[in-house]
Design a protein around this ligand. Structure first.
Ligand SMILES: Cc1cc2nc3c(=O)[nH]c(=O)nc-3n(C[C@H](O)[C@H](O)[C@H](O)COP(=O)(O)O)c2cc1C
Ligand code: SF4
Ligand code: SF4
Length: 271
C-alpha cells in the first residue's frame, strides 16, 4: 500500500467539489473522485483499496450526509489500517453526518479518524448570496480548507461528538416528510439545454427529443436540488417558485459528476 490519499466527493451546487479540489491540491493528492461517477464503474472503490488515507467531502443534507454518500460508504470495503476523514460543507449547521459515518465505518472495525465542517454560502433558502457575502465566504472557505489540509496531512485525529444526535434526528425526520411531498414542475421557459440532466447525480432526468416536451424525472431522486439551482432558465420549481438559485461561482456543470480525469481539469476554484 502506497502513501496515497483518495478523496471522494458528492456535490450538488459545487461547494463540496470546490473544497475537494482545493484540499487535493494542498495535500498534493490525486484529483478528487466523484461518488456518482464511481458508482457507475465496475469497481467504484479501486482507489480506496490502495490508499493510506480515504476522505469523503459532501454537503450536509437534512442534518446528515446525502443518502448516496451513505450508501457509498456502507458498501465500501473498509480497512482498519486506513486513516479515514470526512469533510462536510454546510450553510447553517452540520449535525449527525460524522456520527453516521463513524457508525458505517465501525461496522467493519474501522473508525472516522478526523472530521471537520466547512461553512459555505448556501443553497438553502429564498435569497441568493450577494457578491460581498460571496467574496467573504470564498476567502473563509479557503482558510478553513488550509487548516483541514494541515491536519489531514499530519494524520491528526479529532473528536466530533459535540453535535446533537437528537436535534439531527428531529430535523431529518421532519425534512424527510417534506421531501416525500416534493413535486417538481418544469415550465415553458425550458430551452432543453440539458444542464439539469448533466448535474443530476442520480441520472434521474431525461431530456425528450419531442417538440414541446419538458424534461422528465424518474424515481431515483436524491432531493439534492441540483437541477433547480443550475437551470439557467429558472424553469424548474419544487413545490414553490420561491427558491434561491445558487451554484459555486468557479465550478462548471460539466465538472460535477465526471470521471476522475475530467474533474481535475479545472484546477483549484477556491483560491
Ligand atoms: C436538500 C438540502 C438539504 C440541506 N440541508 C442542510 C442542513 O441540514 N444544514 C445546513 O447547514 N445546510 C444544509 N443544506 C445546505 C448545503 O449543505 C450547503 O449549501 C452545501 O455547501 C452544498 O454543497 P454542494 O454545493 O457541494 O452541494 C442543504 C442543502 C440541500 C440542497
Ligand atoms: S436545465 Fe432548465 S432549461 Fe435546461 S433542460 Fe433543464 S429545465 Fe430545461
Ligand atoms: S432530479 Fe432529484 S437527484 Fe436529480 S438533480 Fe434534481 S433533485 Fe437532484
Amino acid at each position: 500500500m502506497g502513501e496515497m490519499c483518495a478523496i471522494y466527493y458528492f456535490s450538488a451546487t459545487g461547494n463540496s467539489l470546490a473544497v475537494a479540489l482545493e484540499l487535493a491540491q494542498k495535500l498534493d493528492a490525486p484529483p478528487p473522485i466523484s461518488i456518482p461517477g464511481s458508482l457507475i464503474l465496475d469497481d467504484p472503490y479501486a482507489a480506496a483499496r490502495e490508499a493510506s488515507q480515504v476522505g469523503f467531502v459532501f454537503p450536509v443534507h437534512r442534518a446528515t450526509l446525502p443518502e448516496m454518500v451513505r450508501g457509498f460508504i456502507k458498501q465500501m470495503p473498509k480497512r482498519p489500517d486506513c486513516y479515514y476523514f470526512a469533510i462536510s460543507t454546510y450553510t447553517i449547521f452540520g449535525c449527525n453526518e460524522f456520527w453516521d459515518i463513524d457508525e458505517l465505518l465501525g461496522a467493519d472495525g474501522s473508525f472516522l479518524n478526523y472530521a471537520a465542517g466547512v461553512k459555505t454560502m448556501g443553497s438553502v433558502g429564498l435569497i441568493d448570496p450577494d457578491s460581498r457575502t460571496m467574496a467573504r465566504r470564498l476567502a473563509s472557505m479557503t482558510e478553513q480548507v488550509g487548516e483541514i489540509a494541515e491536519a489531514v496531512g499530519n494524520y491528526q485525529e479529532n473528536c466530533f461528538t459535540r453535535s446533537s444526535k437528537l436535534l439531527g434526528n428531529l430535523v431529518k425526520t421532519y425534512t424527510d416528510v417534506l421531501r416525500r411531498a416534493i413535486v417538481f414542475r418544469v415550465d415553458r421557459r425550458c430551452t432543453k439545454c440539458g444542464i439539469c440532466a448533466q448535474v443530476c447525480p442520480a441520472q434521474n432526468i431525461t431530456i425528450s427529443e419531442e417538440d414541446g416536451a419538458a424534461p422528465t424525472r424518474s424515481d431515483r431522486c436524491e432531493a439534492c436540488y441540483a437541477c433547480i439551482h443550475w437551470c439557467p432558465a429558472n424553469a424548474i420549481a419544487a413545490n414553490s417558485r420561491l427558491h434561491s438559485h445558487y451554484h459555486h461561482p468557479h465550478i462548471k456543470p460539466e465538472q460535477l459528476n465526471p470521471s476522475r480525469v475530467a474533474a481535475s481539469e479545472q484546477g483549484t476554484p477556491l483560491s
